[in-house]
Ligand binder design. Structure first.
Ligand code: NDP
Length: 493
């Protein structure tokens, strides 16, 4: 059986624990391999290697650092299909989406390589004569990255590439469910010739490895994507330790459909947004807020189309919806569906675990639509992270915006309307980090900031130029060439 190891200080090694965990294909339960379970000591080894490597790396000119990222980009491109297949086998998303996810990492590698020749600072006039003032970005040091299973390469790329191009070293803990994709990515860094110690992959559980990363005194910043529960615990501890943290967490994303909307376009976008990646995207469409005039028509169109969503192994090109990640996720989703029914919501489609022959070895949940949902129901407020969407009806745009905003999360929102005035009003008032007009809640592009307001995060952003802010400090530099003491605020006033 294939064993997946750690990559520490440029060497592939198993953990000193000697323990392994099986990697399962969520579509059929097949054992794909096993992954080493690291200890606190493994994390320490990785951090020491990172710290040492970063001392030299910070002095390498940024355009030269970027050369490695270009190599990573080309290797990812070359291996796109292979990585997509690995990703589908351990995570379950359909192959077309897996290819899209690898493409996201490719795009990010090219984009961040470009940052090697940007990383702009500011030069500003000094208030004194014969004095020069500027601010420059400097690396933070060693970045601890903790990533989830739902986008095992995209999210790892969003974090590791900006960290490296800005001169940091990385200690990365991927999710236990997706070590094979992590291996493929780390291997590419190795083959790109990245100097040893700059990218360290440490496999293992969140409670041991994740926790050791958060606690380690030589890790200067934590970038985390995952659940609110874990993210807020990390934030609390990192706060005590005065460590910088960047958190991207859950969503309860809504599509608003106004009476003048193109309903067929809205239906296409809802099916893709709610059931793509089996609803396990942080940007998944989880609520549909529809004007009552078009509610019945929209419901009918959704019911007519839901049969198109064939379930199965994501490796099969004809399959539209793959399994969910594991048995406990399947049970959690089903619990939510039962809660929804008890709360009085009406099932329009789905609502059950799929156990038909051929799918019984995997974790399949039927694409599920609830209607007559009210904003205070739990299914309208809490993140389900599965193929379940709830329809809520409203009488106005203002009511739709209020319901959209009145949840704990603020990641993504979308509105379908033909009225430009309403579209602009929505764009201004929807309280989420990402807003789509006449497109669903998913589809972020890597050169724009990605993240959310309120409970979704803590104000930082992955992606775009904003990602540089996570991995750099500002240094302000004053050069006085007057040859005499010049006192700011005093000698010029
Ligand atoms: P988790 O929070 O359970 O796990 C995320 C990562 O944190 C994993 O690597 C996990 O390790 C690790 N972890 C778990 N416990 C600890 C701990 N005590 N200390 C440090 N690290 C820990 O989330 P999931 O992986 O289950 O991902 C699903 C969640 O992520 C959803 O809520 C989703 O909305 C959110 N998400 C948000 C995104 C965003 O950008 N806003 C994007 C993608 C997902 P392990 O699992 O190996 O134990």
């Amino acid at each position: 059986m294939k064993k997946y190891l750690n990559y520490i200080d440029g060497e592939w090694s198993e953990s000193s624990s000697g323990k392994y965990v099986e990697i399962l294909n969520p579509a059929n339960g097949e054992v794909l391999g096993e992954v080493t379970q690291s200890t606190k000591e493994d994390v320490d080894r990785a951090v020491q290697a990172a710290k040492k490597a970063q001392k030299e790396w910070r002095l390498v000119p940024a355009p030269e650092r970027a050369e490695f990222l270009y190599k990573v980009a080309f290797l990812l491109k070359e291996r796109k299909e292979k990585i997509a297949q690995v990703l589908t086998s351990e995570m379950g998303k359909v192959i077309e989406e897996a290819r899209g996810e690898v493409q996201e990492a490719i795009d990010m590698a090219f984009y961040m390589a470009g940052e090697g020749r940007r990383q702009f600072g500011d030069t500003v006039p000094s208030e004194l004569r014969n004095k020069f003032a500027m601010s420059v970005r400097i690396p933070v040091g060693v970045a601890g990255l903790i990533t989830p299973w739902n986008f095992p390469i995209a999210i790892a790329s969003w974090k590791s590439l900006p960290a490296l191009v800005t001169g940091n070293a990385v200690v990365w803990k991927p999710a236990t469910e997706t070590p094979m994709t992590a291996y493929e990515f780390a291997k590419i860094y190795e083959e790109a010739g990245l100097p040893k110690g700059l990218l360290n992959l440490v496999n293992g559980s969140g409670s041991v490895v994740g926790n050791a990363i958060v606690e380690h005194p030589d890790i200067d910043l934590i970038s985390f994507t995952g659940s609110n529960e874990v993210g807020s615990a990390i934030n609390a501890r990192a706060g005590e330790l005065l460590k910088r943290t960047s958190l991207e967490m859950g969503g309860k994303n809504a599509v608003t459909v106004l009476a003048d909307a193109d309903l067929d376009l809205a239906v296409d976008s809802i099916l893709w947004g709610a059931f793509g990646t089996s609803g396990q995207r942080c940007t998944a469409t989880s609520r549909i807020i529809v004007h009552q005039y078009v509610k019945a028509e929209l419901e009918q169109k959704l019911v007519d189309r839901i049969g198109e969503l064939t379930l199965g192994d994501g490796a099969d090109e004809s399959v539209k919806v793959g399994p969910v990640i594991n048995r406990s996720a399947l049970e959690k989703i089903h619990d939510f569906v039962q809660i929804g029914q008890r709360e009085g919501a009406r099932l329009l489609a789905g609502g059950h675990i799929v156990s038909e022959i051929g799918l019984d070895g995997g974790n399949f949940y039927a694409p599920t639509i609830f209607t007559d949902v009210t904003p205070e129901m739990r299914i309208a407020k809490e993140e389900i992270f599965g193929p379940v969407v709830s329809i809520i009806s409203v009488n106005s745009l203002e009511e739709a915006i209020e319901i959209n905003n009145n949840v704990e999360f603020g990641l993504s929102s979308s509105i379908f309307t033909a009225d430009v005035n309403r579209a602009f009003q929505a764009m201004r008032d929807l309280d989420t980090g990402i807003v789509y007009i006449n497109a669903g809640t998913t589809g972020a592009e890597i050169h724009l900031p990605f993240g959310g307001t309120k409970g979704t995060g803590n104000g930082h952003r992955d992606s775009g130029v904003a990602a540089l802010d996570v991995y750099t400090e500002w240094k302000s530099v004053y050069i006085d060439y007057s040859g005499k003491l010049q006192r700011a605020q005093i000698d010029n006033n």
